[in-house]
Write a protein that binds this ligand. Structure first.
Ligand code: DPP
Ligand code: ZN
Length: 877
C-alpha cells in the first residue's frame, strides 16, 4: 500500500450531488445500479479525469447521461474505474456492478451475518459495493431502493426516512429510503433480513415524533429493552447538554453477530455488534450493561459529531471520534457515578493508549501519514482524542466550552471539517489563542509530569516546581513542551485543604486550583503555608500524562484519607499498591526476604470499613493493578512471571490480613435481591466480587467453597461469571465442573459462550495454551466470527500474560499461526490481534528475541494483507 499523507490533501476533482442506488439482494450475485449526479468541483484540478475507487468489484456496464460507454471510453479494474473524457457540464453516471455478499469474509462492504444482509462502509467499504469517490469530503443526498426475496428478507432498511414499498413478481418485494441529509459514502448502510423488532417513540424538544426501532434476532426482542432505554436517555441528554435534536422521522438500530468493530453510526441506521445491544440479567454482566449504554450513546451522538459535521479526510478521524468519546463519557458520568466513570476511563486509557504511545505504533492523535486507515481506529485517536477535548473544556471552562460547541454546530453543519475548524470555535468563544494547545493533536507520546516541592519553615512558603518531558516517538525525535492543565490542591498535616495564595499564578488559577504548565518547567511559590503540605496533583486526571514519581508513601496514605478528589484518592491506593508490588519484585530479584506492606494493608482496611458509603468506588480502590498495568509501569525488562508472583503474593497478604472484614462484607452483600442494572446495584455487586476475591486470596479452600455456591445459586450473570472467574483461577475439580455446567446451561447463546471461551483463556497455568488450542477445535469456535476470535485468542494474548509470554515461545507460536490463517479471511481483525505484540521491546531479552522472530516470520509471509503488513512493519521499525 502506498503512503497517504495529510500534507497531500487536495479537494476532489468532482462532486456527487445525488446518488440513486438500486440494489437487488442476492446471496452470491447482488446487483447494484448506482446513478450519480456528477459535476466538476470548482476547487478541483481543471480537466482532470474522473477516477473512482473500487475494491474487488465486477463491472457490468457504465452509462454517461444514459448513453452506454464503449470499452474505449473507460478503463476498469476491480479497484478503479477511470473515465478520461467526461462532459464539462454536470452529467449523470450510471454504473452497474455485481457483488458477492457470501464470499465477503472481510466484513467490509456488503456481507451476510447469519441470515441477514448488512453493510459496513467505514472507512473504505463503500467502494466494495460500487465505484465511487469514496472519501469523506464528497457529500451526497442518497435515495436507496432495495429489492429482495420477501421470505428471506421481509425487512429492508437503509438511511433516512422510509419511502414506497411494494411487492414484486417472483416472491420479491422492494423498499425505498430517502436520506435528505448530504453524507459521505462511509455513512451509507443497508440491511435486509428476517429480524425481530422492538419499537418505541421519542418526541424531541421541538415536538418532532421519532419512531425508534431496534432489530434483533427473532426471540431476542426482550434483550433489546435496555438498549432502547439507553437510546431514549441519550436523545434527551444530547438535547439538554448540547442542544442537539434528532433530525429524521425514524431511528433504526440493527444488531448483527458478525461485526469487526463495536458499532457504526450510519445516518438513521446504526448497525451494531450485538454484544452492544443484547442484555438480560441472566446473560449480561454489569460491565456489559454499562458498555451497551456507552456505545448506544456514542453512536447516537455521532449523528451530530460525525454525521451532520463530518471529517474532511481520514486524518481528521479524531474530530468525530475523540469528541464523541468525550460526549459518551460525559453521558455515562451523568447516568452513573462521575468519579467511578472517570476512574474507569483513565484505567482504559492507561491500559490501551499509554502502551501504544510508548511503543513502535505511537502516532499523533491526528496522524500525518498512513498506509492502511483501518489501523488508525486506535486508542490514541479515540481515548487520547477524548482527553484533548476534556482538557480544552478544563482550560476554557464549561461556559466557553459550550459556546464553542454551539459555534461549531452552527458554522460547520453540513460540512466536512478539520481539527483547525473545531479549535477555531473555541478560540473565538474564549478569546484564547489555542495554537500552542493544538500541539496535542500533532505530537505523539505521553508527557511525563513531575512535581518537586520545597517548604520554607521560616517564610511559611512552599515552592512547587512542575516539569514536563516527552520521550521521542517514531518519526518525532524532538518534542516541544505541551500545554498541560495541572489541577492541584495542598493539604495540611491534619488533612485540611489549604488556601492557595501566590504571586506566581493568575487569580483564576489560584481560585480554580488549576495551573497551566506550558513550558518545560514552572515554579509556583505558595504563601501562608503553616507546615510541610501534602500535594495532590493532576486531580481528576486533568491531563493525559504520567505523573512520576508518585508521592512518598506517607503522603499517599494521607491523600487516601483526606483528598476530596475521588480520582486522586483512588490513585493514591493504586500508587501504594504499585510500590508494594515492585518492592516484592526487587526483593525477589535480589534473593532478599519479601517485604510486607503494612501501610497499604491498613489503608485498605479503612477503605473496606467505609465501603458502604460508596461501594463502587471502594471496589475500585480495593482492586490491585492488573498484570498489564504492572507490565506498563515496569516499562522495560518485563518478566511476566515475576510480576505475577509479586502481585499474587501481595494479594495473599491482603487476603489474610483482611479475611474477617472481607468475609463480613461478602456475607452482607450476598443477601438476595432482584437484579437491577443501575449503577448503585452494580457497585454493590462489584464490591461483593472484590470481597470474595480477597477471601479466596487469604483462604483458597474457603474462597472456592463460596464461589461454588455463588456459581450454583446466582440469579444473574454478573454474580455467576464472577464466581466462575474465581474458580478458573483456583483450579481443580470445581473449576472443570463449573465450566461444564456453564456450557450446558448457555449452549447456543453466542454472547454467553464468548464469555466461556474468554475465561478459559485467562487461566494462569501452563496447560492453558494447549487448552486454547483444543478449544479452537471446539464445534463452537470459528475464525469467521470476530467476537469469538477476540474472546478466545484476543483474551489469551492480551490478558493472560504469563501463558502468552511463556518462555518456550508456545504462546507466540499460537498467535502467529492464527494470524496467518485469519489474515486472508479478515485482515482487519488479524491486524488488530497482531497489535497485542506492540510492546515487545519492553520485554526482557529472551522474550524480546522470541517475539521479534515471529514478527519477522509474519512480515515475510507472501500475500500478507496491507493491514497486517502495516502493523508488523511498524512494530519492527
Ligand atoms: N465510527 C465507529 C465508531 O467508533 C467505528 N467504526 O463509532
Ligand atoms: Zn465513534
Amino acid at each position: 500500500n502506498v503512503a497517504v499523507r495529510l500534507a497531500d490533501y487536495r479537494p476532489a476533482d468532482f462532486l456527487i450531488d445525488t446518488v440513486a442506488l438500486d440494489i437487488s439482494l442476492h446471496r452470491t450475485e447482488t446487483k447494484v445500479v448506482a446513478r450519480l449526479a456528477l459535476r466538476r468541483n470548482p476547487k478541483g484540478a481543471p480537466g482532470a479525469p474522473l477516477v473512482l475507487d473500487g475494491d474487488e468489484l465486477t463491472l457490468v456496464g457504465v452509462k454517461v447521461d444514459g448513453r452506454p460507454l464503449g470499452a474505449q471510453d473507460y478503463t476498469a479494474t476491480p479497484d478503479q474505474l477511470t473515465l478520461t473524457a467526461v462532459p464539462e457540464a454536470p452529467f449523470t453516471l450510471e454504473i452497474e456492478t455485481r457483488v458477492d455478499p457470501t464470499a465477503n469474509t472481510q466484513l467490509s462492504g456488503l456481507y451476510r451475518s447469519g441470515s441477514a444482509y448488512c453493510t459496513q462502509c467505514e472507512a473504505e467499504g463503500f467502494r466494495r459495493i460500487t465505484y465511487f469517490l469514496d472519501r469523506p469530503d464528497v457529500l451526497s443526498v442518497y435515495t436507496t431502493r432495495i429489492d429482495a426475496d420477501k421470505s428471506e428478507a421481509p425487512i429492508l432498511l437503509s438511511n433516512g426516512n422510509p419511502g414506497e414499498t411494494g411487492d414484486l413478481p417472483g416472491g420479491r418485494h422492494y423498499a425505498v429510503w430517502r436520506d435528505p441529509f448530504p453524507k459521505p459514502s462511509y455513512l451509507f448502510a443497508l440491511v435486509g433480513g428476517d429480524l425481530g423488532v422492538v419499537r418505541d417513540h421519542f418526541k424531541t424538544t421541538s415536538g418532532r415524533q421519532v419512531t425508534l426501532a431496534i432489530h434483533v434476532e427473532h426471540g431476542k426482542e426482550a434483550r433489546a429493552e435496555y438498549a432502547m432505554d439507553a437510546l431514549k436517555r441519550s436523545m434527551r441528554w444530547d438535547e439538554e447538554k448540547f442542544g442537539r435534536e434528532y433530525d429524521l422521522d425514524v431511528f433504526n438500530i440493527v444488531a448483527v453477530s458478525d461485526f469487526n468493530m463495536g458499532a457504526m453510526e450510519n445516518k438513521g441506521l446504526n448497525i451494531f455488534n450485538d454484544k452492544y445491544v443484547l442484555a438480560s440479567p441472566e446473560t449480561a454482566t454489569d460491565v456489559d450493561y454499562a458498555g451497551i449504554e456507552a456505545v448506544i450513546a456514542h453512536e447516537y451522538f455521532h449523528n451530530w459529531t460525525g454525521n451532520r459535521i463530518t471529517c474532511r479526510d481520514w486524518f481528521q478521524l479524531c474530530l468525530k471520534e475523540g469528541l464523541t468519546v468525550f460526549r459518551d463519557q460525559e453521558f455515562s458520568a451523568d447516568m452513573r457515578s462521575r468519579a467511578v466513570e472517570r476512574i474507569g476511563d483513565v484505567r482504559g486509557l492507561r491500559l490501551a493508549q499509554f502502551p501504544e504511545d510508548a511503543g513502535p505504533l505511537a502516532h499523533p492523535v491526528r496522524p500525518e501519514v498512513y498506509h492502511e486507515i483501518n489501523n488508525f481506529y486506535t486508542a490514541t485517536v479515540y481515548e487520547k482524542g477524548a482527553e484533548i477535548v476534556r482538557m480544552l473544556r478544563t482550560l476554557i471552562g464549561d461556559d466557553c466550552f459550550r459556546r464553542g460547541m454551539d459555534i461549531y454546530f452552527e458554522r460547520f453543519d453540513g460540512t466536512a471539517a478539520t481539527v483547525e475548524d473545531f479549535l477555531s470555535c473555541f478560540a473565538e468563544a474564549s478569546g484564547r489563542d489555542l495554537s500552542h494547545f493544538a500541539l496535542w493533536y500533532s505530537q505523539a507520546g505521553t508527557p511525563v509530569l513531575s512535581t518537586e516541592g520545597s517548604y520554607d519553615q521560616n517564610a511559611k512558603t512552599f515552592a512547587l516546581t512542575l516539569r514536563q518531558e516527552i520521550a521521542p516517538t517514531p518519526g518525532q525525535q524532538e518534542k516541544k513542551p505541551a500545554v498541560i492543565p495541572v489541577a492541584l490542591a495542598l493539604f495540611g498535616q491534619n488533612g485540611e485543604k489549604l488556601d492557595l495564595e501566590s504571586a506566581d499564578a493568575r487569580p483564576d488559577e489560584l481560585a480554580r486550583g488549576l495551573f497551566e504548565l506550558s513550558d518545560s518547567t514552572r515554579t509556583v511559590t505558595f504563601k501562608n503555608i503553616p507546615s510541610q503540605p501534602v500535594v495532590s496533583a493532576l486531580r481528576g486526571f486533568s491531563a493525559p500524562v504520567r505523573l512520576e514519581p508518585a508521592p512518598a508513601s506517607a503522603d499517599l496514605e494521607k491523600l487516601l484519607a483526606c483528598d476530596d478528589d475521588p480520582f486522586n484518592r483512588w490513585q493514591a491506593a493504586q500508587s501504594l499498591a504499585l510500590r508494594a508490588i515492585f518492592a516484592r519484585v526487587d526483593a525477589a530479584r535480589a534473593g532478599a526476604p519479601l517485604p510486607s506492606a503494612p501501610g497499604y494493608v491498613a489503608a485498605l482496611r479503612t477503605i473496606l470499613s467505609g465501603a458502604d458509603a460508596d461501594p463502587a468506588f471502594a471496589a475500585q480502590a480495593l482492586s490491585l493493578p492488573s498484570e498489564t498495568d504492572l507490565a506498563r509501569e515496569a516499562g522495560s525488562n518485563v518478566d511476566p512471571d515475576e510480576l505475577f508472583a509479586a502481585r499474587f503474593g501481595l494479594l495473599e497478604e491482603i487476603g489474610r490480613a483482611l479475611a474477617s472484614e472481607a468475609e463480613a462484607i461478602y456475607a452482607r452483600l450476598s443477601e438476595a435481591s432482584p437484579y437491577s442494572p443501575d449503577a448503585a446495584s452494580a457497585g454493590r455487586r462489584s464490591l461483593k466480587t472484590v470481597a470474595l476475591d480477597l477471601v479466596a486470596a487469604g483462604d483458597p479452600a474457603k474462597g472456592s467453597a463460596l464461589a461454588e455456591s455463588q456459581f450454583a445459586a446466582a440469579g444473574n450473570m454478573t454474580d455467576r461469571l464472577a464466581a466462575l472467574a474465581l474458580l478458573a483461577l483456583l483450579g481443580g475439580d470445581a473449576r472443570e465442573k463449573a465450566f461444564a455446567a456453564f456450557y450446558a446451561q448457555f449452549e447456543g447463546d453466542a454472547l454467553v459462550i464468548d464469555k466461556w471461551f474468554a475465561l478459559q483463556a485467562t487461566i494462569p497455568e501452563p496447560a492453558t495454551t494447549q487448552r486454547v488450542i483444543d478449544l479452537m477445535s471446539h464445534p463452537d469456535f470459528s475464525l469467521s466470527n470476530p467476537n469469538r476470535v477476540r474472546s478466545l485468542i484476543g483474551v489469551f494474548a492480551n490478558a493472560n500474560l504469563t501463558r502468552f509470554h511463556a518462555l518456550d515461545g508456545s504462546g507466540y507460536d499460537l498467535l502467529t499461526k492464527i494470524i496467518l490463517e485469519l489474515d486472508p479471511k479478515n485482515p482487519q481483525v488479524a491486524a488488530r490481534l497482531l497489535s497485542s505484540l506492540r510492546s515487545w521491546r519492553t520485554m526482557e531479552p529472551r522474550r524480546r528475541a522470541l517475539i521479534e522472530a515471529r514478527l519477522r516470520r509474519i512480515v515475510a509471509q507472501e500475500g500478507l494483507s496491507a493491514d497486517t503488513k502495516d502493523i508488523a512493519t511498524r512494530a519492527l521499525a
